[in-house]
Design a protein around this ligand. Structure first.
Ligand code: UDP
Ligand code: MG
Length: 310
């Protein structure tokens, strides 16, 4: 029987967490009395992760596994899971039970009320130190302004998506996708379920500060072309400075003030910078267009049609 619900779980060196997760998720999903599947995506684990999942999959056919040849990262693993999931509603979650499985039925309830995306929103964030909390706040502040997208706060990868949302995401051919960004970008009817984020049930975090910084950089590049505009902004600023510089110096010279030759270097150099940054700015306009064409995102996404055939 085809699964109605799919749970997509990226796993990387999670031999300790998997048995605990499996027990919890099975109990919750069985209580719903509808066919479900759990799609584990092994992100190049080097411990007994695959072995453990295979053992479980032998006796429980609702457990599926897709295994990467090496570590490609959590985002790649999530999108691979979305491509392999068959459910009408697909739930992404971590394996460490920081995202509590008891929240899943609440998400499904919301989905049945007509929401296409239901985000898990953390009210309490246990197991995260102040550094992570503050940096994630600052990061979101800038990300929202740069991308001009309404990316919700205290929301991570834990979310339910309707089949049509998953199909839309799967149809986006770009290389570097970032779930938090694209799930805000696609629109549709978005809802929330609040939950308390637990500490990790077992094992350790797979995210070092270096990995987090890298992810932050990648997500900005994937969701925004704002950094390309910096050259044009610098071009405008240098033009203003050099115009003000030349005008003041010329007025001073007319009024008989002696200006050493070296002083004219200031407006001359800023003028050169203005020229260079403007050229760079124009180049970046074309680079942005090329990037957008290469990303090849749908120009619009239709949610509904009335009295429209075909
Ligand atoms: N993960 C992954 N590949 C990676 C890093 C993490 O598939 O390169 C998985 C990991 O197994 C877990 C989820 O992504 O299921 C979240 O990772 P983690 O709990 O370490 O992140 P944190 O909650 O500390 O931010
Ligand atoms: Mg975690």
């Amino acid at each position: 029987m085809k699964a109605k619900y799919s749970i997509v779980v990226p796993v990387y060196n999670e031999e300790q967490a998997i048995p605990i997760f499996y027990k919890a998720v099975t109990k919750t999903m069985k209580s719903l009395n509808e066919p479900y599947e759990v799609v584990f995506v092994n992100d190049g684990s080097r411990d007994r992760t695959v072995e453990i999942i295979k053992k479980i999959a032998e006796i429980d056919k609702s457990i599926k596994l897709v295994s990467f040849s090496r570590n490609f990262g959590q985002q790649a693993a999530i999108f691979c899971g979305l491509e392999n999931a068959v459910g009408e509603a697909v739930i992404c979650m971590d394996v460490d039970l920081q995202d509590p499985v008891e929240v899943v039925p609440k998400m499904i309830e919301k989905w049945k009320q007509g929401y296409d995306i239901v985000h898990g929103r953390r009210t309490v964030r246990k197991g995260e130190n102040w550094f992570k909390k503050i940096t994630s706040k600052i990061y979101l502040f800038f990300l929202k302004r740069i991308t001009k997208l309404d990316i919700p706060a205290n929301v991570g990868e834990f979310k339910l998506m309707d089949r049509k949302v998953v199909d839309t995401l799967n149809s986006m051919p770009e290389q570097d996708r970032y779930l938090r960004g694209v799930s805000a970008w696609v629109g549709y009817k978005q809802g929330f379920v609040d939950f308390e984020r637990n500490e990790r049930a077992a094992g350790e975090t797979k995210y070092s500060v270096k990995k987090l910084v890298k992810l932050a950089g990648r997500s900005i590049v994937s969701m925004s072309t704002f950094p390309l505009s910096l050259a044009a902004i610098a071009g405008i600023l240098f033009s203003l400075v050099s115009t003000v510089g030349f005008t003041t110096f010329i007025i001073m010279a007319i009024n008989g003030h002696y200006l050493p030759l070296a002083a004219w270097l200031f407006p001359t150099i800023t003028c050169c910078f203005a020229f260079l940054f403007s050229i760079m700015g124009f180049n970046n306009i074309y680079i942005r267009r090329i990037y957008q064409e290469v990303q090849n995102r749908p120009r619009y996404i239709v949610a509904e049609k009335v009295n429209v055939e075909n």
